[in-house]
Design a binder for this molecule. Structure first.
Ligand SMILES: NC(=O)c1ccc[n+]([C@@H]2O[C@H](COP(=O)([O-])OP(=O)(O)OC[C@H]3O[C@@H](n4cnc5c(N)ncnc54)[C@H](OP(=O)(O)O)[C@@H]3O)[C@@H](O)[C@H]2O)c1
Length: 193
């Protein structure tokens, strides 16, 4: 049986209550933080309030939900918090820096939280997928190394078994992003990414 609880990332004041209902049902082995919004970069650059909604959903919404879940997992003494970050947060691109910057913040937050919880029995795993064919990317031109939600799920499962701290999907993106991250700015700017 699946039970659902209403949750709005944009309403952090309600997170303790909403997520508390889930933890009140019994121990939770794994929390998958998988909400997010891509926004519309071209539009949002001209509409700061829309841009802020992207940032608040992906970053501050996750800070709040992540801390509530981390506290509950710590109280039960075990469990994993899996956070869906993105390669977009690895280096901001002209084409989607509003979303990318929100994911960069989320990624840094999740890494720090993982360090804070190290040794407590609670494990935080940061997942950095590239282009995944989902509703979020429907209609967008596919990026190289595009993947599927099923491949992300398999990588998450393997990462949990290994108690990994960082997972790239596909794995080759770790090397690709390592190179892209160190490209000189002027060169990176001219890339068709
Ligand atoms: N697709 C990609 O290429 C890709 C790549 C890297 C990382 N990611 C990340 O993977 C995660 C899942 O994305 P997806 O590709 O599966 O996209 P998706 O199908 O659009 O799913 C996004 C999810 O976020 C939820 N959401 C959006 N705003 C919310 C809010 N204010 N409060 C609560 N939930 C909210 C949506 O809920 P509703 O169904 O109610 O709208 C939906 O369930 C996201 O964090 C995304 O940034 C995606």
């Amino acid at each position: 049986m699946v039970r659902t609880v209403a949750f709005d990332a944009l309403d952090p004041a309600a997170h303790e209550d909403a997520l508390g209902k889930v933890f009140a049902e019994g121990d939770v082995d794994m929390v998958l933080l998988a909400f997010g919004t891509l926004g519309d970069q071209a539009h949002d650059e001209r509409d700061p309030e829309a841009a802020v909604r992207v940032a608040q959903t992906n970053y501050t919404g996750a800070v709040s939900a992540g801390l509530v879940c981390a506290g509950a997992l710590q109280a039960q003494g075990h469990g994993s918090l899996v956070v869906l970050s993105s390669v977009a947060g690895e280096r901001a691109r002209r084409a989607n820096f509003i979303y990318g910057s929100s994911k960069a913040g989320l990624d840094a937050f999740a890494q720090g939280l993982g360090d804070a919880l190290h040794g407590t029995g609670v494990h935080v795993m940061v997942v950095r997928p590239g282009f995944v064919r989902t509703r979020m990317t429907a209609g967008l031109p596919e990026a190289p190394l595009a993947t599927t939600p099923e491949a992300v799920a398999a990588a998450v499962e393997l990462g949990l078994r290994r108690r990994a701290e960082t997972v790239w999907v596909p794995g080759a993106l770790r090397v690709v992003m390592s190179a892209l991250r160190h490209l000189p700015r002027g060169l990176f700017r001219r890339l068709p990414v």
